[in-house]
Design a protein. Structure first.
Length: 197
C-alpha cells in the first residue's frame, strides 16, 4: 500500500528553497514552470509538483490558473524547512501522518453517510473511474472532504495529505473505493471503521 519516497521530495524542497534564496525572489515574483525547474534542478516533474503542492498548502506560493506559480506575501518559506525536518525524518512521525490522515477520512465518511445526492454519487464514481493509484485516493477524498462543508476538516486533510503523500504511496484497489461509495449509501459507522482494517 505504501512506498516511501521522502528523500527525493525532501531534496527537491531544499533545492527550491536554495533557488528562491539565490534568485532573491520576493512576494509576487513568478516561479519558473514545473518543466523549467525540472530541467534546472535535474529532478522529475512529479517531484517538483509534490513540492509545489506542499508549499501551496503552507501558503508559501500560489498557483494562478493560466498564469503560473507565484511567491505569496506571508508565511516565510523557512517554515518548509522546519516542517519538512519534523515531518519527513522521524519514522514514528511518518506512521502518525498516515494515521492522522485516515482518522480525518473516517470522520468525513461519517459526516457524509446517507447524505450524498445522486449527482454527488455520480461525481464520486466518475472520480474513481478517472484516476488510478494515489491520484485516485487524493482526488476521491479531496472531493469528499470539500463536499462535507467542514472547512477546517477539509483544510486539515489537505495539509496532512499533502505531506503524507510525500512519504507514502497511499492508495487501495479500485474495489475499496467502490466499497466506500456503497458504505456512504447503505452502511453504518461500523462499516466505515471496517474499511480501514
Amino acid at each position: 500500500m505504501t512506498k516511501p519516497n521522502g528523500k527525493v521530495y525532501e531534496g527537491v524542497l531544499y533545492q527550491l528553497k536554495a533557488y528562491i534564496e539565490e534568485n532573491q525572489l520576493s512576494p509576487g515574483d513568478k516561479l519558473p514552470s514545473e518543466r523549467e525547474l525540472s530541467e534546472q534542478l535535474g529532478v522529475g516533474r512529479s517531484s517538483i509538483r509534490e513540492a509545489f503542492r506542499a508549499m501551496e498548502l503552507l501558503g508559501l506560493i500560489e498557483t494562478r490558473r493560466g498564469e503560473g506559480t507565484y511567491m505569496r506575501s506571508y508565511r516565510p518559506y523557512h517554515m518548509v524547512e522546519l516542517l519538512s525536518n519534523f515531518l519527513l525524518t522521524e519514522k514514528r512521525t511518518k506512521k502518525e501522518l498516515l494515521t492522522a490522515m485516515q482518522m480525518i477520512e473516517k470522520e468525513v465518511l461519517m459526516i457524509l453517510q446517507h447524505k450524498l445526492d445522486s449527482h454527488q454519487l455520480r461525481r464520486l464514481k466518475d472520480i474513481i473511474e478517472g484516476y488510478v493509484g494515489k491520484e485516485r485516493h487524493y482526488h476521491v477524498f479531496e472531493y469528499l472532504s470539500s463536499t462535507s462543508e467542514q472547512e477546517l476538516l477539509f483544510s486539515m486533510w489537505q495539509f496532512i495529505a499533502g505531506f503524507t503523500n510525500t512519504v507514502h504511496n497511499v492508495h487501495y484497489d479500485k474495489s475499496w473505493y467502490e466499497s466506500v461509495t456503497e458504505t456512504l449509501q447503505k452502511g453504518d459507522a461500523m462499516d466505515i471503521i471496517q474499511l480501514y482494517r
